[in-house]
Design a protein. Structure first.
Length: 251
């Protein structure tokens, strides 16, 4: 049985067995009891995940044709596929679960925000992204690619860039390099006034990243607070702890 690739779904299927084995090796560095694969596609990685012992495995796949293909090719997956978009789904497990996937490029940032919504249940995520997205998630303050997604993810997770994945590892070969990253949830949660306020501040700060914080966030603070020297800086110069501390001083 064959399947077709759908550009609209951002599909680039992994075919490199060595990369699949490296992903599994990275997964096995943490304890996994329940595992969700996002976008199994043609099943290159899935066939290895199904072999992991003692794990409750599920996969989420939007494309009906791929669901049929996977169930035909890997009978062990029957009853384990959730046929919908990961962005619309409820948490697939009651307890903690690990997330893994070669994420569709066109929704990869949204998948990260979905993981943030589930952060209380997701201690570890290992995902493949376009390399520039992976590097942005892992970027540190002072770097020009450090931005909203860097701060919001690193507020709750340690980010580790694992390895590059070349275009030749996929069918069809994308025009860009890919990168694999691991998120491990931090033991101590960042203290913020509220997650909603934290997100509001980070977005406002970076939406006008060339401006100083004073100009970018003036609607969020009283004038006397804005006399603080930190407001002379630009967003990319602030650490996650700087942003967290500022949430308590917002209007």
């Amino acid at each position: 049985m064959h399947y077709t690739l759908k550009k609209s779904l951002g599909q680039h299927f992994l075919k490199d067995e060595n990369i699949c084995k490296q992903i599994v090796a990275a997964l096995e560095q943490d304890t996994i009891l329940q595992l969700l694969e996002v976008g199994p596609g043609g099943g290159a990685l899935t066939k290895y995940l199904l072999q992991l012992k003692g794990i409750d495995f599920k996969a989420v796949e939007l494309d009906a044709e791929k669901v049929t293909y996977l169930e035909t090719t890997y009978p062990a997956i029957r009853g384990k596929i959730i046929h919908q978009s990961v962005l619309d789904m409820e948490s697939p497990f009651e307890n903690a679960f690990t997330v893994v996937g070669n994420f569709p490029y066109n929704i990869s940032s949204q998948i990260l925000f979905k993981v943030l919504d589930w952060k209380d249940q997701v201690p570890v995520m290992i995902g493949m992204f376009q390399k520039e997205v992976a590097e942005r998630v892992a970027a540190k303050p002072g770097n020009k690619i450090y931005g909203i997604i860097s701060v919001l993810i690193q507020a709750f997770y340690e980010v580790e860039y694992l390895f590059d994945v070349p275009p030749t590892s996929f069918t069809p070969a994308p025009k860009v390099m890919s990168g694999m990253i691991r998120l491990r949830r931090k033991n101590e949660e960042l203290e913020v006034k509220s997650k909603k306020i934290f997100v509001q501040l980070v977005k406002a700060s970076f939406n006008q990243r060339r401006k100083t914080l004073r100009n970018a966030t003036k609607s969020l603070f009283d004038d006397d607070v804005m006399k603080d020297e930190i407001f002379n800086k630009r967003a990319e110069q602030l650490s996650i702890h700087d942003f967290a501390a500022l949430t308590f001083r917002m209007r």
